[in-house]
Design a binder for this molecule. Structure first.
Ligand code: SAM
Length: 428
């Protein structure tokens, strides 16, 4: 069921949440909050609520900022909103707070640069509802449509996010469909699976006899497990750079009653590793004789923008190379060599570069939002981490000042941008 608002909160804020939900429901809006709407298994129910909500209302204060449950929910919403039209995060502050206090450090990663709604005295007022109506008029409008004609309006924002998803899907979906189509009952390993959404979304129509998703983040694994775990789907926390990784993986294979995988997927992980070749070598022994490894990664050195008379775009890629959140942004180019040294053969560069050519204006806008707002956010994070670094300060100030112009240039019909995604397959 599609929900308008998911209300994420620390349990002491339940009275506030119940009262806000009641007010929104007076307007015909569908609200979801725990424990009222939990049905069946707690974690799975929460994950379903978040995946199906249009707006994720984060009730933000010093309690929720350090609550593991709330942080889990925010992380899931953040991931859902990256690849779908759902779970746009909207913080509502219930007290005066300083986001740069240490207690907000983890939360800050997800919510900085967002516009907050303020409800400082802990009471739900019409002003909060009015502000929500102003920011999300389509939700309020669509309830009127729902009542009058049973027709749910799809708002332009939803369409933009769905377009982002579609753009990435188009980049290499053919590879996944072709590879999966070669096996009647594939055994699949997803390395650095995150919440599992990326790969499982692509392969759910194929028959799978075993699926193992591994990731270093226990939170991601819990989310994946809550969402997809069971039957043939297993998720385990593992650090692929850990000393005992090969042994842990072997033990897990034994527990699953298999000795190898037909398909190994590594999407957007290698760039974050110190030694990508070591992982490729370790995985070689668990790829079946006729198995295929699929790699998706990025190389910002393959990006290009034209026209770029002031080298603004070049400057952004350079900034991105220094930021610590983004991994090795030139990793894409070394994948062929690493695969070769790790012993793989039949290495194929399936796709290189995702370009704006042929995109509609709406698609180009979605493409812009896939890369540039994150680079601005990362520039800000670098400055916060190293406030004494004048280069970071100059870069961030420059980027903030020119961001709208860069966006405008990006949307011009004669402008082309190509983002250095690469996609490889290889065999034993
Ligand atoms: C950018 S995300 C990619 C997620 C997913 N594969 C996708 O393409 O959407 C990178 C993932 O790799 C995981 N990761 C990073 N370093 C890792 C490591 N050393 N071992 C296991 N997972 C790791 C992160 O926790 C994160 O979930």
């Amino acid at each position: 069921m599609i929900i308008d608002f998911f209300l994420s909160h620390q349990h002491e804020d339940l009275p506030f949440v119940a009262s806000l939900a009641a007010k929104l429901e007076e307007h015909g809006l569908k609200c979801w909050y725990a424990p009222r709407n939990v049905n069946g298994k707690y974690a799975r129910s929460i994950a379903n609520g978040i995946s199906n909500c249009k707006v994720f209302l984060l009730i933000l204060n010093h309690r929720s900022a350090v609550s593991d449950a709330v942080l889990n929910e925010v992380e899931l919403a953040h991931n859902v909103s990256k690849s779908s039209p759902y779970a746009i995060i909207q913080p509502i502050c219930t007290e005066n707070l300083n986001l740069y206090d240490p207690e907000y450090q983890e939360m800050l990663y997800y919510i900085q640069r967002m516009h907050f709604i303020h409800a400082c005295d802990d009471t739900v007022t019409d002003a909060i509802v009015d502000e929500l109506r102003r920011k999300y008029p389509h939700l309020f409008d669509s309830t009127q449509q729902r009542h009058s004609s049973k027709y749910v309006v799809q708002h332009i924002e939803d369409e933009r996010l769905a377009l982002q998803n579609e753009i990435l899907r188009r980049f290499d979906d053919d590879v996944y469909q072709r590879v999966m189509g070669q096996y009647s009952n594939a055994r699949v390993l997803d390395v650095g699976c995150g919440t599992g959404d990326m790969l499982i979304g692509k392969i759910s129509s194929f028959q799978i006899s075993a699926f193992l998703g591994i990731d270093r983040s226990s939170r991601q694994i819990e989310t994946a497990r809550a969402h997809y775990g069971g039957d043939a789907y297993t998720f385990c926390q593992m650090d692929v750079e850990g000393e005992d990784f090969s042994e842990e993986l072997r033990l897990q294979l034994g527990a699953m009653g298999i000795d190898s995988f037909d398909v190994i997927n590594i999407s957007m992980l290698l760039l974050h590793l110190n030694d990508p070749m070591k992982l490729l070598t370790r995985l070689y022994s668990v790829l079946s004789e006729d198995g295929i490894i699929i790699i998706r990664d990025i190389d910002d050195g393959l990006n290009f923008a034209y026209p770029d008379p002031t080298n603004a775009f070049e400057r952004i890629y350079r900034m991105c190379e220094h930021d610590e959140q983004s991994g090795n942004r030139r990793n894409g180019r070394q994948i062929y060599t690493d695969l070769h040294h790790a012993g793989y053969t039949k290495i194929k560069l399936e796709h290189q570069g995702l370009s704006s050519i042929g995109m509609t204006l709406e698609e180009r806008n979605a493409f812009f939002n896939m890369y540039f707002p994150f680079t601005l956010e990362n520039a800000q994070i670098m400055l916060q981490k190293y406030p004494w670094n004048t280069d970071y300060k100059v870069d961030y100030e420059w980027y903030k000042k020119h961001f709208d112009n860069i966006h405008e240039d990006f949307l011009k019909p004669e402008f082309i941008f190509s983002l250095g995604f690469v996609s490889y397959t290889a065999q034993k």
